[in-house]
Ligand binder design. Structure first.
Ligand code: MN
Length: 260
């Protein structure tokens, strides 16, 4: 069934093993997508049908969580490595690549930004306090997120969405991008130089942030704007795809038709 223009775009959210459940997700992700006018659906990483699934969705949101297996970017685990789930890594890397190949809008959040970087050939810092230092606190030792400022780079998709050159964000990560994937460019950074957002130049459908907009969207229109961007790009993608489909000639040969 074709969606009508007023139907909510379907936004795939990557769920994961969490709090003892085989798959689960913090409710704020779905709340922010709903508020933006999207219809959130969860994808469990144990399910093998990711590529079929993504073809039926209108956008992909890669969520936060534990560490990506270091062997996926040529590193070895150390004592800081935690909550590695190889099934989840494989499922999300496949989803990210499929979404980009199909022209679906993609928003990566925290680990989701790291997955995007690894999926496209980049590497990660195993532990920021060890490699970059503690000038900026990116993860508090208590179990509450910390706020820090990020600088938004002019001329980027992110700057256009946030309409600002600096925003205050909610941070909860101990890893970060080390070598940026060749296809990506930096669109935000912290005062210590840590990469806080990336996008693909000339592709207005791919954006990822190292912070957690779902923590503060309810009170911060700039953070909610990221979810609105995702849902709006999904709507525009529908229009593009249905134009393309309706413009295609019927290629099925009729009985008796001569092929040349
Ligand atoms: Mn940070």
């Amino acid at each position: 069934m074709k969606p009508s223009a007023s139907s909510p775009p379907i936004v795939a959210l990557s769920a994961y093993e969490r709090n003892g459940e085989p798959f689960s997700l913090a409710p704020e992700y779905a709340g922010a997508v709903c508020r933006a006018g999207g219809l959130p659906v969860l994808f469990p990483p144990q399910c093998p049908g990711g590529l079929d699934f993504i073809q039926r969705c209108d956008a992909l949101l890669l969520t936060g969580g534990g560490d990506i297996s270091p062997d996926l970017y040529g590193a070895a685990a150390d004592e800081s490595t935690h909550a590695v789930h190889p099934d989840r890594d494989a499922a999300e890397i496949a989803l990210a690549r499929a979404a980009i190949a199909q022209g679906l809008p993609l928003l990566g959040i925290c680990r989701g930004m790291q997955i995007l970087n690894v999926a496209l050939g980049g590497t990660l810092h195993l532990d920021l306090p060890t490699t970059v230092g503690t000038h900026v606190c990116h993860r508090s030792t208590s179990h509450t997120p910390v706020l820090h400022n990020v600088e938004i780079l002019a001329g980027t998709t992110l700057a256009r969405i946030l309409q600002n050159n600096q925003v205050r964000i909610s941070s909860w990560h101990h890893q970060g991008i080390a070598v940026l994937a060749p296809a990506l460019r930096v669109s935000a950074q912290a005062a210590d130089g840590v990469i806080e957002a990336v996008e693909i130049p000339e592709n207005p459908d791919v954006l990822a942030v190292q912070w957690h907009p779902e923590h503060t969207y309810a009170d911060d229109p700039a953070q909610q704007a990221l979810f609105h961007w995702l849902v709006e790009r999904a709507r525009q993608g529908w229009a593009r795809r249905s134009d393309r489909n309706s413009g295609q000639p019927d290629t099925v040969a009729q009985p008796g038709e001569e092929r040349r």
